[in-house]
Design a protein around this ligand. Sequence first.
Ligand code: ZN
Ligand code: ZN
Length: 289
Amino acid sequence: MRFSSLHTHSVFCDGTDHIETLCRTAWEKGLSAVGFSSHAPIGRKTGFKSDWHLPDGRLEAYLDEVRSARRRWEGKIPVYLGLEVDYMAGLMGPADRDYRDMGLDYLIGSVHYLIPPKGAPFTVDGSRGETLAGIREGFDGDGGAYMNAYWDAVLGMTAEGGFDILGHADIVKKNSRGDLFSESGETWLRRGGETARAAARAGVVVEVNTGGLNRKSMGETCPSGALLRLFREAGVPAVVTSDAHRAEDLDGNYQAARRVLLDSGYTETVFLEGKKDGPGTAVWKAERL
Ligand SMILES: [Zn+2]
Ligand SMILES: [Zn+2]
């Protein structure tokens, strides 16, 4: 079977390789397409400082660079233009109007930040120390409340729509070593199921993200096999992605992702074919696993 990667970071945000290198490597590896999904700028919209997002002033250069790579690689490998957009309720999200006029092929909607009831916003997938401090200050040390706030954010994003791929759906598990909340408990599975059904209603695709496996920061795909089963039951199509931050990871752990999909009852994955009209309207083609 063939694979693509639509979740790719370059030197424009927190990746280590240039767009051209990533295109060449994707082609050499025999991927059927490569799509770029730089972390969309957050500074102007949120006032937050970040060293891992595309700076606001570099957005146009990024869009131009991917468009010119698409022209250079035409006939060899399709190059798609996307963004990975953070959802932060009331501040920014994939449904923002400005993404509609950028000529994007697709958007990945991801929750990386939580805005707690008190204290400062913090990331769920940064260091464990940052997560622990955020839970202590923002959620009175309640890991369950933290986990629920994450799923609430994903559901908020899905309700607003405007994106095509649900990014690393259960990334909140990254800094939990079973001590912050249970990943096999009733609440986890109930919230995962709720999210899967919301994704189905929104018409989005769930990615099977191997980034944590590639970076050895997680022992499994995002989402896990247990949650993928719920997405399959809800009828949500799945796409395999590497969340690559360097060229060599562009197809990292793809056989593991295939195995997880099969074990979860999936018989097909999908491939991007184009779009009808801007973000949230991607056209997919299903192929047997
Ligand atoms: Zn992400
Ligand atoms: Zn990413």
